[in-house]
Design a protein around this ligand. Sequence first.
Ligand code: HAM
Length: 413
Amino acid sequence: MKLIKAVRGTKDIFGDDGIKYDYVTRAAQEFFSNYGYTMIKTPIFEETDLFKRGVGEGTDIVEKEMYTFKDRGERSITLRPEGTAAVVRCYLENKIYAKEETSRFFYAGSMFRYERPQAGRQREFNQIGVEVLGESSPILDAEVIAMGFSFLDKIGITDLEVTINSVGEKETRVRYRESLLSFLEPIKEELCEDCKMRMEKNPLRVLDCKVEKCKTLTADAPIITDSLSQEEKEHYETVKKYLTIFQVKYKEDPRLVRGLDYYSSTVYEIVTNKLGSQGTVLGGGRYDNLLKQLGDKEIPAFGFAAGVERIMMLLGDEFPKRDLDIYVAWLGDETKEFAFKLANDLRLDGKTVAIDYNTKAMKAHMKKADKVGAKNVVIIGDEEMNKGVVMLKDFINRTQEEIKVEDLKKILK
Ligand code: HAM
């Protein structure tokens, strides 16, 4: 019989990777909660129009990467390629803006993009992300950038670079687009085929091209920060000032344009040089126009998302493995019920406990305890049980002592 395998571009997460995934997402949730973020869970699929209108028709995501299908009721459904549009949809639909001035959301979950799979790039991948709605202060931009950076630093990911840029408001981009197109027109024929297409749809993305010839040809292209209005410049300056206050080193990259259409003003990425071409660990920015586009509301917003698989690759073996506090070894059928009750009590008391269903012999128990990495072994024999005591073996220091059952919990604390 042919064994069915996971679909290309998807990956099972289990064993040490399962522990690592759990560690990253829990650490993020805990860290971000100090800043006031609470969990949001939106559906994995949405109406296709949400992403067309939200992420933008001209983007790679909407044009060629979405998992779109008709459901049994003939509705066009899309597996979410990212989290921001859905959070905004939920915010508008539930009129959350009428209930609180500023909302701070955290999410973790899988996203779907039909991309060419390679190391660090999958078709189903996981993101952790945050979205803040209802605040326009540039201090927020800096605070969120610093929060993402500090989180990565805290869990042990170093050698990261923060790159920032401002892409201004729509009018600025229209103005800039014109000056960029006047620069590109005379060299159009020398650009790669993709760039020729980009010139039609989204000329800003020409600056993002990875082809060496295109990079050289556009080296002297006008930069967007020169087109910013006075107000946009001030916003950008304040973001930079507060990044310095929050002690985040950053690099300005006037060519940084992100792959989603909803951004305005601040955009940024946190990159590493340790993951080859898939070096962007985290990306985000301000999207003050998205709420207008999706719900006709003038509500400012800012957020980011980070790829969990990329974070996991960078962590390598540097993450806290699960500690097993106790292995309970029982040495005969008479002790079985007592042992399982004790194991259950210890688990209810918050200890991680392993116990085997069939093993009865001391030697076999010790082998198993060693294999599962137990810190302590509680040995229960007939005699001990009748006396109301157990043998507690410290597996790390290799010492052992007889103790009363009622003292066990205290000692293990
Ligand atoms: P994004 O840059 O498309 O932004 O994705 C954010 C992160 O998700 C990337 O930096 C990367 O680490 C990870 N990622 C993206 N595609 C893949 C893939 N195919 N395989 C593995 N990891 C991947 C967004 O999604 C925006 N929603 C971020 C945001 C939130 N902006 C404002 N708020």
